[in-house]
Design a protein around this ligand. Structure first.
Ligand code: NAD
Length: 441
């Protein structure tokens, strides 16, 4: 075994390993805290966003489901610190990269954050360091793109430094699983890198799933998200088919879910949301082109899911029509703008597309979300007017022509909404019993 490998494994096993995490967002921060709390090792969080660093330094959180107490406790251990000083990237023994991997306007992988992080690390890369990419990406990113950037230093991967990929499986708001208890898939660019990365995660997390290569690990993450995207598209399509037949898709799915094998329940909705499912599958589509193969399921699922907001807005229009009202000029309350239940993350939320379409058809749009007091500016919808969450009161509901339930939140009083509203368009199956003024969409 190489001396460098042995030295890192020793540091991992005796707890002196210093971990650096680049990108203190939804993925990086929980990962940093998991390593402090469970592995009890020194962790430095890096971010280009000084406001995040300042918040962490004074024990504040900017992620709803991550209590400030956890940041404070991590600070109090003396093991955790955060910095925007990238000159310090040479200090940690292991660097994990959790920066964004969005799509460009042409729906191609936008690797600029990974590239700039790789270049920042390369400037300070030293012998014996381990670098692990955590950002979701196409197979080959780690052992082509990142390896290339890091090897421009003259240091060689698998010899002078170690390189691996390990995808994140965060499920914000999930009370059953957290960063530490979700099994972690790890694959090295070479066997030594895989061994060291696996040993490191083993120290901080409950279960490590070692795979043969970084590419397998990259493809595993994409496969998981494609599986979700395709199945969500399927139930969205079934929703439309059954609705025409006068069958409630929610009744069907509840019943099908009683099958103890061979069925997994997915639920329909107003479209896809979040940073992962709407974007990640297209990373594979892009890479597949290089090999001359088409990803037809991904494209088809994308088509079905992207059409959902328009379907839902048509339902609002039809519901109002039944009440002899045009959508134009009607006041519509969008209820819930986070991309999913009980979280404060609005990224890629279909609610913004719904708001955009409603405004386009002349509706007056307001929203309520208990977790998002002010709707942030969204890159994909630059023309939306500034909106803030309206207090959800009987008076507000009475003055509203239609309520569009876009995201279900536990904190919302749906019984009150049912009682006080004139028309409800329910995209989340909140109301299972039929009501004359509730349209399922
Ligand atoms: N959010 C999730 O639930 C989730 C789940 C699984 C995988 N992922 C993947 O994890 C990656 C990170 O996602 P996220 O949700 O944590 O994003 P995020 O936007 O919450 O966090 C990314 C952080 O990286 C910082 N950053 C951007 N460029 C940087 C740079 N060059 N150097 C240092 N910091 C930089 C940003 O300021 C931000 O704080 C993405 O690839 C995403 O697809 C996210």
């Amino acid at each position: 075994m190489s001396q460098l490998k042995q030295a890192l494994l020793d540091k991992i096993s005796n707890g002196t390993v210093h971990v650096g995490i680049v990108g203190m967002g939804y993925v990086g921060l929980p990962l940093a805290l998991a390593f402090v709390e469970r592995a009890k090792v020194k962790v430095t969080g890096f971010d280009i966003d000084q406001t995040k660093i300042d918040a962490l330094k004074v024990g504040k959180t900017y992620i709803m489901h991550m209590g400030a107490d956890r940041v404070q406790q991590a600070n109090a251990t003396g093991l955790f610190s955060a910095t925007a000083d990238f000159n310090r990237l040479g200090e940690p023994d292991a660097l994990m990269i959790a920066v964004p991997t969005p799509l460009t306007a042409q729906r191609e992988p936008d690797m600029k954050y990974v590239v700039s992080t790789g270049e920042a690390i390369a400037k300070r890369l030293r012998r014996g360091q381990l670098v692990i990419l955590e950002s979701t990406t196409y197979p080959g990113t780690t052992d082509e793109l990142l390896k290339d950037i890091l090897e421009r230093t003259g240091l060689k991967s698998g010899v002078d430094f170690f390189l691996a990929f390990s995808p994140e499986r965060e499920d914000p708001g999930n009370k059953q699983f957290n960063t530490a208890t979700i099994p972690k898939v790890v694959g090295g660019v070479d066997p030594d890198s895989g061994d060291i990365a696996a040993a490191l995660y083993q120290r901080g997390l409950e279960r490590v799933v070692r795979v043969r290569s970084a590419r397998v690990a990259e493809a595993t993450k994409l496969t998981e998200n494609i599986f979700r995207g395709v199945n969500i598209a399927l139930v969205n399509e079934l929703k439309i088919v059954y609705e025409r037949m006068g069958i409630d898709v929610w009744d069907v799915l509840d019943a099908a879910a009683t099958k103890p094998f061979g069925f997994m329940k997915f639920t329909p909705g107003p479209g896809l949301g979040g940073h992962c499912i709407p974007l990640d599958p297209f990373y594979l589509t892009w890479k597949a082109r290089e090999f001359g193969v088409a990803t037809r399921f991904i494209e088809l699922a994308g088509e079905v899911n992207v059409a959902m907001p328009r379907y839902v807005v048509d339902k609002v229009q039809e519901g109002l029509n039944e009440q002899r009202k045009p959508l134009k000029g009607s006041k519509v309350l969008v209820l819930g703008i986070a991309y999913k239940k009980d979280i404060d993350d609005p990224r890629e939320s279909p609610s913004f597309e719904l708001i955009h379409l409603l405004l386009e058809r002349g509706a007056e749009v307001i929203y309520h979300d208990p977790h998002i007091p002010v709707a942030p500016g969204m890159r994909s919808w630059p023309d939306l007017p500034p909106l803030k969450s309206e207090p959800l009161t009987p008076a507000l509901l009475k003055s509203t022509d239609a309520v569009l339930i876009s995201t279900e939140h536990t904190a919302v009083d749906y019984a009150m909404v049912l009682k006080e509203s004139r028309l409800i368009i329910d995209t989340r199956g909140v109301y299972r019993e039929p009501h004359a003024h509730v349209v399922k969409a």
